[in-house]
Design a protein around this ligand. Structure first.
Ligand code: NAD
Ligand code: DAU
Length: 339
């Protein structure tokens, strides 16, 4: 299918984070006619090292907050699209302190939508499968674009709120928007607070991995490279006003993933601790991405989870300098929460 929209000058919010920076590399590597401006507040989760190696003439970095309306007035008119990744992204943090999630995820999205309304640029909204709540382990159903919203955590409720703002602004003001809701990403450059990098870097640091509750919670894993190719596909070929679910048929429970990490790293598969469960812990996520595949022809490339995990383990083993600065503080915070 030919591209309906060829963006020349895009803003990527949150482009110094895990998934946003992957998308920036994807665009720079694959679309030489597109210039990228990253707008990022460099919170604890943002890291300029994630953007290393990108030529200066392909990337402009702006250190700023998406809640800053004056800054948006300066930036947005010089661009033809915004891809909005910036968020407070971690469920456990949202349980400990929800307020920053309201600011960035809800107010930040509102500010961006107002700028989109003023300057008429194309807008793609990055969201999560968590807006749909959870499924039972024995439920044959998966989430589709028609599943009702039913978020469980402060994080997912702010993401759901931001999705609803996008839908309302699109219908009321006729904005040119699309939304994608993706499942759990894994790959290099993910913050050590998240499940897979936390366990890999625990093992590398001589700390026993930590599993919440019974560990039977299911997540639907997708490699972040596949998330990026899906977002580009939706931005350039997607129908305006539509939502697309992104997933790679990667359902696995946490216990199996942890045992796999342990064995691939040469450890006994039982060498981990059970810790306190997450309050309100969603049981299972599962994505049906038929619409994206049939309508826009997208396919994931990283379909072998074990091989993707091996490469991710290797990356963390070789990039200790990238993660060790944040490791001690992250573990101290978890310890204070009993996790
Ligand atoms: P991350 O926490 O690694 O990165 C977030 C980035 O946003 C950081 O660079 C941070 O500095 C920046 N940021 C935060 N607040 C900001 C603000 N007010 N203004 C400007 N920049 C700000 O997050 P991630 O895991 O890369 O997730 C990116 C997006 O993808 C989020 O919208 C998240 O909801 C969504 N998502 C994540 C996953 C996943 O598995 N991690 C899955 C589906 C969707
Ligand atoms: O589904 C998409 C979502 O995936 C995104 O919207 C979020 O931004 C992203 O953080 C992720 O949310 P999860 O809460 O699913 O991811 P997390 O890595 O925090 O946890 C994955 C699973 O592992 C979850 O069931 C909780 C469990 N867990 C997590 C940690 C950090 C553990 O058992 N032990 C741990 O130490």
């Amino acid at each position: 299918m030919t591209e309906a929209f060829s963006p020349k000058n895009i803003i990527v919010t949150g482009g110094a984070g895990f998934i946003g920076s992957n998308f920036v590399h994807y665009v720079v590597d694959n679309h030489p006619d597109t210039h990228v401006t990253v707008l990022d507040a460099l919170t604890y989760a943002g890291n300029l090292d994630n953007l290393q190696g990108i030529p200066d003439d392909r990337l402009t970095f702006v250190h700023g907050n998406i809640c800053d309306a004056e800054l948006l007035d300066e930036l947005v008119p010089q661009h033809d699209a915004i891809v909005h990744y910036a968020a407070e992204s971690h469920n456990d943090n949202s349980i400990a302190d929800p307020e920053p999630f309201l600011r960035t995820n809800v107010e930040g999205t509102f500010r961006l939508l107002e700028a989109v309304r003023k300057y008429g640029v194309r807008y793609h909204h990055i969201s999560t499968d968590e807006v749909y709540g959870d499924l039972a382990l024995d439920d044959p159903a998966r989430f589709t674009e028609d599943t009702p919203y039913h978020p469980s955590s402060p994080y997912s409720s702010t993401k759901a709120s931001s999705d609803l703002l996008v839908r309302a602004w699109t219908r009321t003001y006729g904005l040119k928007t699309t939304i994608s809701n993706c499942s759990n990403n894994y790959g290099p450059y993910q913050h050590v607070e998240k499940f897979i990098p936390r366990q890999i870097t625990n093992i590398l640091s001589g700390i026993r991995p930590k599993l919440y509750g019974d560990g039977l919670n299911v997540r639907d894993w997708i490699h972040t490279d596949d998330h990026s190719s899906a977002v580009w596909t939706i931005l350039t070929k997607g129908r305006v006003g539509e939502t697309y679910l992104i997933g790679a048929d990667g359902e696995k429970n946490n216990l199996d993933v942890l045992k796999l990490i342990l064995t691939r790293m040469g450890k006994d598969e039982d060498a981990f601790d059970h810790v306190k469960d997450r309050p309100g812990h969603d049981r299972r996520y599962a994505i049906d991405s038929t619409k994206l595949r049939t309508e826009l022809g997208w396919r994931p490339e990283h379909t072998n989870f074990e091989s993707g995990l091996d490469k991710t383990i290797e990356w963390y083993a070789q990039h200790q300098d990238w993660w060790e600065r944040t490791k001690a503080a992250t573990e101290a915070r978890y310890k204070s929460q009993g996790q």
